[in-house]
Design a protein around this ligand. Structure first.
Ligand code: GLY
Length: 390
């Protein structure tokens, strides 16, 4: 076990704190049904309040995911009905191909539509998710063996994948098991292996994005989009990598993923402030830069996912660490008063401008949709044995 795992003093979240945190999250989701039953939440809050928007962002799946988590925890029909209204919007989106020319089909369709099929047998959810898996498969590039993240297919300036895509892969694994067609799984495995081969630096930090050669398929170079600079480690990229390795290991239990998971985690833990909530880029380890609480939510959930698979002493250590992270989020970052915010977790960073990136600066020190979702998912995983939507 890396020595770094035992140095944190934060108390793990207790059983009664998990109950309280779940109760507050469910109450906030219930309140939000008024505004978001027939709308989507923006990717990030504005002055801590999410505006209602159309279902056309890469993040739109997280809000219905929260509704499903609230449904599972409470059993209340009001949540099920609202989540199934969202499913219709997602079916319309993929049938009409509204803002679907990118790789984020898993983030969109796993917590909304795969969840709907798994939890209540919603056939439109299954249909929408299979269409989304087809759309994701269409972005696979044979030359280089990766799923192209953004932009027109094959365009040299867009010939790259990003670390975040690991969390889009479960949609493909699900599509293979659901349809009986291995093609989705084969491409997911290939993309995961390409990521493992190129995106992790020798010091176990990660590149956010990675360019491949459109002519030969050879790896070219890593670069950032939302990190501080090309050679730094964007906190959320590292978080997607940690949770992504846990997801890869579930679908292909190869020791290489477990080893990468441990090394990525050790790098991340070594760059954390005392409260276990990272700055937005792991270049920063103290000072006034904004935090990204959403990275902590993602990592906590990823640790619990890996713990479920490996068992034994190491699983217990990972669970304790996740409970420490969720303890910190609950005590110091979670929203308790709806007058303060309509989100679940404060102090996340979506897209921070730096002298070395091209970001405009959006959602800095705000709630973000995936931060709220993974926080709620992490609490759910701690509260009982949970069957993932992913
Ligand atoms: N997947 C984009 C982000 O994490 O901001």
């Amino acid at each position: 076990m890396p020595e770094t795992l035992i140095q944190f003093e934060i108390a793990p979240i207790s059983t009664s704190e998990v109950d309280d945190a779940m109760g507050i999250a469910i109450a906030q989701v219930r309140r939000n049904l008024l505004k978001f039953t027939n709308a989507s939440q923006n990717h990030s809050s504005v002055n801590n309040f999410y505006p209602a928007v159309d279902n056309d962002q890469w993040t739109s799946g997280f809000w219905p995911g929260e509704i499903w988590l609230a449904y599972e925890a409470s059993g209340e029909a009001i949540f099920r009905n609202a989540a199934q209204i969202q499913v219709q919007s997602f079916l319309h989106r993929i049938e009409k191909r509204i803002e679907t020319d990118h790789h984020d089909m898993g983030f969109l369709y796993s917590p909304s539509c795969v969840a709907a099929w798994k939890l209540v047998g919603d056939a439109d959810g299954r249909r929408a998710a299979l269409l989304a898996a087809d759309q994701l498969l269409d972005r696979f590039q044979e030359r280089g063996q990766f799923i192209q993240a953004w932009g027109p297919m094959g365009e040299p300036g867009n010939y790259r994948y990003i670390i975040d895509c690991l969390l889009n892969l479960p949609l493909l694994y699900w599509a293979s098991s659901e349809s009986g067609d291995a093609k989705y799984r084969i491409k997911a495995l290939a993309h995961a292996r390409t990521t493992l081969a190129n995106s992790i630096r020798p010091d176990h930090s990660t590149y956010h994005t990675f360019y491949m050669d459109p002519e030969t398929g050879a790896p070219v170079r890593g670069a950032t989009k939302q990190g501080y600079r090309d050679d730094s480690a964007w906190a959320r990229g590292q978080a997607w990598a940690i949770a992504g390795m846990a997801a890869c290991y579930r679908y292909e239990p190869d020791a290489a993923y477990l080893e990468a998971f441990e090394n990525l985690l050790a790098y991340y833990l070594n760059r954390l402030p005392d409260d276990l909530i990272p700055y937005w880029d792991l270049t920063f380890i103290d000072g006034d830069e904004p935090r990204d609480s959403s990275s902590a939510s993602i990592v906590a959930s990823g640790l619990l996912e890996m713990a479920d698979q490996i068992g034994g002493t190491r699983a217990a250590e990972l669970r304790r660490l996740a409970a420490q992270m969720l303890g910190s989020l609950w005590r110091n970052y979670a929203v308790r008063d709806p007058a303060v915010s309509n989100g679940l977790v404060l102090h996340a960073t979506y897209s921070k401008k730096s002298p070395f990136n091209t970001c405009r600066g959006e959602g800095v020190d705000e709630c973000v949709a995936w931060g709220d979702y993974y926080y709620f998912e992490g609490l759910t995983r701690l509260s009982r044995h949970w069957a993932p939507y992913w």
